[in-house]
Design a protein around this ligand. Structure first.
Ligand code: R5P
Length: 288
């Protein structure tokens, strides 16, 4: 078994390697003057089971191309099995057509990963679980929720209500609530007027006087979760916690998340969070 890391999240790959008691495989990664990438695996992997860890986070196109080149290099080096490990699957939100003449980019990504030569894929907390079906190769879908739930349980919070920030996240929030001693569930009715603009309308369920735990797959600009928190506070929630596996944190997420709406914002390290994007209420859990 060999584990190689792309450039998107080397600290996470190092954690995984440490957990497995092995070193990361040696690989040269260079960029030519025109921006093209060069990858060379620096040891024989003939007949090996190779794992390539690369979340396709921002800059998503660069990280995706790097992953495809790594897969291709491993295929041409006669690896026996190549598993693409995507702690974060970029373009997952483009999983269907919502208007005419759009791409289903999550499916295109699946085609390109398969075409590059991956024999298996492992991804964490896909925006929609049906993306697994975009692949005709084995797919493992794993979750960050166990580490988040263990962390929340250790805080011994009382009177919890788990809140889905939109209707699309209800199944995820329900599963989360079940593992938190069958906590009750509330749902926010979120409508979007435009890409990256969240408008919150209504909360369904009782949150007054409770500790609200908002659960989402990702926090991108922070609009969904902060608008949700504002509404929950208006409806009388005592405290608001935000939990998400993927800390995408596009501007102005940090400003929104650190504005005093949240008791704590709990995320994982599927995407690296630079020091300047860390704020007092942020907790980053390790998924390795
Ligand atoms: C959308 O359905 C997702 O589950 C997230 O709620 C959304 O992508 C978060 O984006 P933002 O933080 O920009 O509102």
């Amino acid at each position: 078994l060999r584990l190689f890391s792309g450039s998107a999240n080397v600290p996470l790959a190092q954690e995984v390697a440490r957990y497995l008691g092995m070193d990361l495989g040696p690989m040269i990664r260079k960029r030519f003057a025109d921006g093209e990438l060069y990858i060379q695996i620096q040891e024989s992997i003939r007949g090996c089971d190779v794992y390539l860890l690369q979340p396709t986070c921002n800059p998503v196109n660069d990280h995706f191309m790097e992953l495809a080149i790594m897969i291709d290099a491993c295929r041409r080096a006669s690896a026996r099995q190549i598993t693409a490990v995507l702690p974060y699957y970029g373009y997952a939100r483009a999983d269907r057509k919502t208007a005419g003449r759009e791409s289903i980019t999550a499916k295109l990504v699946a085609n390109l990963i398969t075409e590059s030569g991956a024999s298996r894929v492992l991804a964490m907390d896909l925006h929609s679980a049906q993306i697994q079906g975009y692949f005709d190769i084995p797919f493992d879908h794993v979750y960050g929720s166990p580490v988040i739930i263990d962390y929340l349980a250790s805080k011994q919070l009382t009177d919890i209500v788990v809140v889905s920030p939109d209707v699309g996240g209800v199944a995820r929030a329900r599963a989360f609530a079940k593992k938190l001693d069958d906590a009750p569930l509330a749902i926010i009715d979120k409508r979007r007027q435009a890409h990256n603009v969240a408008e919150v309308l209504n909360v369904i369920g009782d949150v007054a006087g409770k500790t609200a735990v908002l659960v989402d797959d990702m926090i991108d600009t922070g609009g969904t979760i902060s608008e949700g928190a504002r509404l929950l506070r208006q409806e009388g929630a005592r405290q608001v916690y935000a939990c998400a596996t993927h800390a995408v944190f596009s501007p102005p997420a940090v400003e929104r998340l650190s504005s005093g709406l949240f008791e704590e914002v709990i995320v994982t390290n599927t995407i690296p969070i630079p020091q300047e994007a860390r704020f007092q209420q942020l907790t980053v859990l390790c998924v390795a």
